[in-house]
Design a protein around this ligand. Structure first.
Ligand SMILES: [Zn+2]
Length: 607
């Protein structure tokens, strides 16, 4: 504990925008520059323990409640809790690229194995390490479960807390990580040590952290998964916003779960937060930085994000976005209330949630909407608790800029709400065949928890394969990949021989929708679209002009229909007619020398 105290003291030495108001001789970025926050004195402040408590957390011990301990300090505190309480144990479930253990803290009365009748809550903090409210809230809640009379929360629920998922990013800490966020005064960095944004990796599963957490999810099968973040973006009165796909009757891949979350979870949660002095709000994003009244959007439903993946995988998933301009203390306490109430609701209503998950997991839609984009037409009007603002001429930007005034607008706003709409509909085949030549894809599908049959002898099967007609390679990288989009495909029937180690993946399984989204090349969430199979676009064998020209002439002489088709093409397409190479290419493509696997997507569909 000496180490923890020393670190706290060291970190206090950093300049804090909140505490340096009277200091004038400091750099502009070390003076306050964020808009003010409304005064807050919620009842949840009674949850705080003071420094005389032997189990005070570093966050509580900090006089400004503006501090979050580092990786080592956090782990040392949890190790002490684990040693002192039979209800708490630590489980390492992964290791980061820089070699740090990634661990969960498990609170249970069940001993070594969970009672399968109890709902499991998985609360995840620090996928974006600067947005670390869930860690400090989780420390307080687990302490109160262990020692302060809240062990009854475990009578009917088990809790798994990941205090820090992106452990490497968490240790790239400084006062300058999150310029739009009010505390803690030392914050981790958004991306990992490999410069990856983990909340884009729920489908492709590139990163060690995300592969690890998926292993934990497959092992414990949480009934509810809560992914805790802090916003950027516009100011508003709400301090705890949260959301999930399918909220308020919007379309979802898990409609029964969305209904439970909307009608059972949300009213109880909002009442609990309001009762403790918080202002819960729906997860929304302003659509125009220059005009806060322009409207709100749902921020997209994509499966690369936790809430999108959860909806597709039938793992009920809530994305919390605490509001970045609210003080750290207010956000941490709001998160505590959220987690405690979630356990209470699961204890009381978890059976209904289980039934909803079962209903959603049994769905086998023949058509699967994909590639969601913002809908240009508003789908609803939302009452909104706005913050007063004005605009002013900024010499820096040369235009009018918003100045948030930190005071609640007494008049409720009424804002258009924009949803998302699919731009693609995928067909659900019976199964997919992934050849053994793609072991990394097969490995990632296994990490997802997808069921598959692995060939122990070669097998020839009739499949439908897709010829990719118009692949386009992105001009820039994204999350370490060069994306490829394809909008036009031509199906071809083939008898294909799959070697030993190839897999047949039926779509008749709860993760069937995830499989379709990962394996259809047109899906923006597919392995192909992420650029994991660029070799499909390569062509290697060519034919010389002196070889194809006489061959082409012989082909025309032997096949009048071919000759007529060529002449029609010449007449219809002057650019083609003027391009000798293109003309010869036209004939080459019609010879058996041409590579018939060029742009042939190698994953087969069984239909
Ligand atoms: Zn985030």
């Amino acid at each position: 504990m000496r180490r923890l105290v020393l670190l706290a003291a060291l970190c206090s030495a950093f300049a804090s925008p909140a505490m340096s108001q009277s200091v004038t001789n400091t750099a502009p970025w070390d003076r306050p520059f964020l808009p003010p926050a409304p005064e807050w004195a919620g009842a949840s402040r009674a949850l705080l323990r003071d420094a005389t408590d032997p189990w005070v957390t570093a966050f509580e011990a900090d006089p400004a409640h503006d501090f979050s301990p580092d990786y080592a300090g956090t782990r040392a505190w949890f190790d002490r809790l684990d040693a002192a309480s039979d209800l708490i144990r630590i489980e390492q479930f992964g290791i980061s690229p820089e070699g740090r253990p990634i661990y969960a803290v498990i609170a249970s009365k069940d001993g070594a194995a969970f009672d399968p009748s109890k709902p499991v809550l998985l609360a995840q903090a620090g996928i974006h390490p600067g947005e670390i409210d869930g860690k400090d809230a989780g420390m307080m809640l687990l302490r109160d479960i262990a020692f302060n009379g809240k062990d009854g929360l475990l009578d009917r629920v088990n809790l798994i807390l990941i205090p820090i998922l992106s452990v490497d990013g968490h240790e790239r800490a400084s006062p300058y990580s999150r310029p739009n966020q009010r505390g803690p005064r030392i914050q981790g960095w958004r991306n990992t040590a490999t410069n990856q944004n983990l909340n884009r990796d729920y489908m492709k599963l590139d990163q060690a952290e995300m592969q690890a957490v998926r292993g934990l999810i497959v092992k414990y099968r949480p009934d509810l998964y809560v992914d805790i973040h802090v916003t950027d973006g516009m100011d508003y009165q709400y301090d705890v916003t949260y959301g999930f796909n399918g909220e308020d009757g919007v379309w979802s891949r898990s409609p029964a779960t969305a209904e439970w979350l909307t009608n059972t979870f949300k009213p109880a949660m909002n009442a609990a937060l309001e009762g403790q002095g918080h202002i819960p709000g729906e997860l929304v994003f302003g659509i125009d930085d220059q005009n806060p009244r322009a409207g709100l959007s749902d921020g997209g439903l994509g499966e690369r994000f936790s809430n999108g993946w959860g909806s597709a995988a039938h793992v009920p998933t809530i994305l919390i976005e605490n509001h970045s301009l609210k003080p750290y203390e207010q956000r941490v306490l709001g998160t505590y209330v959220f987690l405690e109430q979630t356990m209470k609701t699961l204890a009381a209503q978890g059976r209904d949630l289980r039934a909803a998950i079962a209903a959603d997991s049994a769905l086998r839609p023949a058509e699967i909407p994909a590639n969601f984009e913002p809908d240009p037409t508003p789908i609803a009007t939302r009452a909104f608790k706005g913050i007063l603002y004005e605009t002013y001429d900024s010499p820096a930007s040369g235009r009018r800029e918003i100045r948030w005034l930190g005071r609640a607008d007494p008049e409720p706003w009424s804002l258009p709400f924009y949803g998302s709409r699919p731009t693609l509909t995928l067909r659900r085949p019976e199964a997919y065949w992934v050849p053994a030549t793609y072991p990394e894809l097969i490995r990632r599908l296994r990490i997802h928890g997808v069921e598959m049959e692995t060939l122990t002898a070669p097998r020839t099967v009739p499949v439908e394969m897709l010829r990719l007609e118009d692949p386009k390679v992105a001009p820039r990288t994204n999350e370490g990949h060069v994306a490829v989009t394809v909008t036009e495909v031509t199906p071809e029937r083939r008898d294909w021989t799959y070697p030993v180690g190839s897999v047949r993946i039926p779509t008749d399984q709860p993760l069937g929708d995830v499989v379709v989204l990962l394996l259809e090349p047109q899906s923006s969430e597919s392995f192909f679209a992420w650029g994991l199979m660029p070799e499909v676009l390569n062509r290697v064998e060519y034919i010389e002009g002196y070889a194809i020209a006489p061959l082409a002439e012989a082909m025309m002489a032997a096949d009048p229909a071919l000759k007529a088709a060529f002449e029609a093409k010449l007449a219809a397409d002057p650019a083609f007619a003027a391009d000798g190479d293109a003309r010869l290419q036209w004939f080459y493509e019609r010879t058996p020398f041409y590579d018939d696997r060029y742009r042939l997507y190698p994953v087969g569909r069984e239909i």
